[in-house]
Design a protein around this ligand. Structure first.
Ligand code: ADP
Ligand code: MG
Length: 319
């Protein structure tokens, strides 16, 4: 974007300054960054395209919040501490009001999670943004997808299913009252990356993943990478009160299992670490719900009160 690009960057993106290990931030050809001594760099990138990953006419503050939050969620899933991020922003026009709102939402989240914007690129085209996050982990301590073992317990850090519920509302497939609407939109645009939980799980959990594509798909990645299977007990799934009131239980299960956009962590825990996890839960340092077991073999079995539950077979509306 030629006209006003530098002014826009100066005014709306060159702020916050500082940041751990930032020797040189925005303004030169590259940023210069010092990885904290003795730590590994965890790097992840996500692209959000207008009209696909969020409605094009959504509030720019919320778009920015969501974009950075879902990226932070990947750092959380590795047990990494946020350090820096870069932003590739493609805009159809240089609408100052839009960019101002976007920048406000972006820095609100950046400040909350202590992550510094250190560079990026701004181009003209269809609305899209790519964020790359960088975090620090202790060498060989990152939470991988590949460490689950038969006998481990499976947990989620918070409620599942709200993301899919919110999407149904956004797509106007589900009509809800004001308070449920506000709850679901808050959840969709401002998911809480489980950074604190991720770092507490380092050394405790054998594997972890953030739930972006639904529990079945994401736990499925853990199973595949670890060479194990899983059994889920649906009556133990943490469902939010608003979701339970909105739709029949089977629909909520379907959303929790096959929906997405929840951004909680799913992790596996060896039984001998249960007392330590329970201690963290009692101390309110961590929320975690036991939802199943890792088993030998492959694939995921869903049981509801001991009966086999087939996802998506209940004749309710889908996505
Ligand atoms: P170059 O032409 O060398 O790629 P740019 O004009 O694209 O440089 O960028 C100038 C500076 O502004 C760089 O430090 C770059 O990282 C930063 N920058 C550009 N766009 C953004 C953005 N959307 N967010 C943050 N920093 C940006
Ligand atoms: Mg550039």
């Amino acid at each position: 974007m030629a006209v006003g690009e530098f002014e826009l960057i100066e005014e709306y993106f060159r702020q916050g300054g500082g940041g751990l290990g930032v020797a040189l931030g925005i303004g030169d050809d590259c940023a210069l960054l010092q990885v904290p001594a003795g730590r590994q760099l965890a790097v992840s990138m996500d692209t959000l395209v207008g009209g696909i990953h969020f409605p094009k006419n959504a509030d720019p503050e919320l778009i920015a919040e969501r974009a950075l939050r879902v990226n932070l969620s990947d750092l959380a899933a590795m047990g990494a501490e946020p350090l820096w991020f870069t932003l590739g922003l493609t805009l159809p026009e240089a609408d100052k009001q839009w960019i101002k709102g976007f920048s406000e939402g972006l820095f609100r989240v950046a400040n909350e999670y202590n992550i510094a914007l250190v560079g990026g690129d701004t181009t003209k085209g269809a609305l899209a943004m790519t964020i790359q996050v960088h975090g620090a982990v202790e060498p060989d301590k990152a939470l991988l997808r590949s460490g689950a073992r038969a006998g481990d317990l499976i947990f989620t850090t918070g409620c599942v299913g709200d993301g899919a519920g919110a999407l149904a509302v956004i797509k106007q497939e589900l009509e809800v009252g004001k308070s449920a609407f506000n709850y679901l939109m808050q959840h969709y645009y401002r998911p809480e990356p489980q950074i604190a939980a991720g770092s507490l799980l380092v050394g405790l959990a054998t594997s972890a993943i953030d739930i972006s594509d639904g529990l079945l798909a994401d736990l499925g990645h853990i199973c595949t990478e670890s060479g194990v299977g899983a059994e889920l007990r649906l009556e133990q799934l943490p469902l939010s009160d608003p979701l339970k009131k909105l739709v029949p239980r089977e629909q909520a299960f379907d959303w929790a299992l096959a929906g997405g956009d929840d951004y909680q962590l799913c992790f596996t825990l060896p039984k001998q670490n249960l007392p330590r996890l329970e201690q963290l839960i009692d101390q309110h340092k961590l929320e975690a719900h036991h939802v199943g077991e890792v088993v030998q073999g492959s694939g995921i079995t869903c049981l509801h009160k001991g009966e086999l539950f087939e996802v998506g077979s209940h004749g309710y509306q889908h996505f």
